[in-house]
Design a protein around this ligand. Structure first.
Ligand code: PMT
Length: 397
């Protein structure tokens, strides 16, 4: 299945009567999972309003290269970096000529020049204009620069003529955009991932936590997003950067992580529990800072609920992958967790070796399931994440 999950698309709308179809094109792109931002050319604005495109796309419509607000932050460069593909639909003869000449005299042409993203052009115009040598030469120039032309259809035209030049239907245009992206078995899947360390308060300034940085979980999130999955990221204390394409939900304590996961797990296809969740929390958290008085301080710890085990017990449970950070009898302990928590996969981390595991950039793990025991050799967490997912996809999808 081709999908646009996690993909950012710029729709350039130029001057053609068929610009009235632009809102529908935005909708069809969104239906396939894309985020859409519209650039309206001067000609496009004669046929469709900024307001309708803004309402449908739920994003500000961009049209002015000399917009002071945008220029402060280099608007055309930002848009060029943001987008994964640029679609011009409808593409007028004037806009096509402008781009073929490599001009940068309006926002759309400037963004195209500043971007390496795929460029798709859906011409729409009178048949004589479409058949003209000049227009056809311009299209050939653009094809030689790897632009994809979505050839117009034949039929009755707005001017009354009959022939080629009608804009292709919005759904078909959206599907052609989706075809530019590789689809994998994770494409369109819903994945919920926990990562980072939970924090259990002792008093307002002290807490119990652990060394998890969130790096392993983030590597899995980045790989899932790259492969087209739609990701919910529930994160505790982390020292790594979030991916803006996931739905990111912060938590502090194990109890908060439990609630967040349970509130969001319905409908998820895959649950990956990479977080280092505290097994205990402090029974009587103090509201004021505890003062030392020369005596021993005894903290009573109470067990936290096990998120992974409870997700595995759900009636319609997702495929569940847990992690086990172990320092001794690593294989035996991990196999015990696989069985006791009822999950499909456990990724064993031997954290007795400080070269990998928590708070470092590399990892070495063992992929364990009922039938599998596969070592993934020491490598960057990015590569380890990809290998984990490759085995997972082969076994479960
Ligand atoms: O974040 P990094 O610095 O990159 O480090 C990555 C990591 C070493 C933290 C990660 O790879 C890892 O091993 N995470 C799990 C660590 C852990 O707490 O394991 P555990 O054996 O205590 O728990 C087993 C599984 O149950 C885990 O999937 C855990 O998320 C889950 N669990 C544990 C307790 C609890 N109350 N609820 C849970 O869901």
């Amino acid at each position: 299945m081709n999908s646009l999950t996690n993909k950012n698309i710029i729709l350039g709308v130029s001057g053609s009567i068929s610009a009235y179809k632009a809102p529908d094109i935005v909708r069809r792109l969104q239906d396939l999972g894309a985020q859409v931002k519209v650039i309206l050319t001067e000609g496009g604005a004669k046929f469709i309003t900024e307001l309708s495109l803004q309402s449908i796309s739920k994003n500000k419509v961009h049209y002015n290269l000399w917009d002071e607000d945008a220029e402060l932050s280099m608007g055309h460069i930002e848009l060029a970096k943001w987008t994964d593909a640029i679609l011009i639909a409808p593409a007028s003869a004037n806009t096509i000529a402008n781009i073929a000449l490599g001009k940068a005299n309006d926002l759309l042409s400037s963004v195209i020049l500043a971007s390496n993203a795929a460029l798709l052009i859906a011409p729409a115009m009178n048949l004589k204009m479409y058949q003209s040598h000049a227009l056809q030469d311009n299209l050939l120039t653009l094809i030689s620069r790897h632009a994809i032309i979505i050839k117009p259809e034949s039929g009755e035209q707005a001017c009354g003529d009959i022939g080629i030049g009608r804009l292709v239907e919005p759904l078909s245009i959206a599907k052609q955009v989706a075809k530019q992206f590789i689809s994998t078995k994770l494409t369109g899947k819903k994945v919920l991932i926990t990562l980072g360390a939970t924090i259990e308060a002792i008093d307002p300034v002290r807490f119990i936590s652990n060394h998890s940085s969130g790096k392993m979980g983030m590597a899995l999130i980045n790989a899932c997003i790259e492969m087209g999955a739609s990701v919910i990221c529930i994160y505790g204390n982390i020292t790594t950067t979030l991916n803006e394409k996931s739905n990111n939900m912060p938590i502090i304590s194990a109890q908060q992580m439990y609630t967040k996961v349970m509130n969001n797990i319905a409908g998820q296809d895959i649950f990956i529990a990479c977080a280092a969740v505290s097994d205990f929390s402090v029974k009587n958290t103090k509201n004021q800072k505890i003062k030392k008085d020369g005596k021993n301080l005894i903290l009573e710890l109470i067990p936290n609920k096990d998120i992974l085990a409870d997700v595995c017990k759900l009636g319609k449970k997702p495929i569940c992958m847990g992690f086990a950070a172990e320092t001794q009898n690593t294989l035996k302990n991990a196999q015990k967790k696989l069985k006791n928590k009822g999950c499909d996969v456990i990724i064993l981390n031997d954290v007795s070796n400080t070269d990998f595991g928590s708070n470092v950039d590399e990892n070495e793990v063992v992929f364990l399931s009922q039938n599998l025991n596969k070592k993934i050799a020491k490598n960057s967490k990015k590569k380890v994440a990809k290998k984990i997912l490759a085995i997972f996809i082969k076994e479960y999808l």
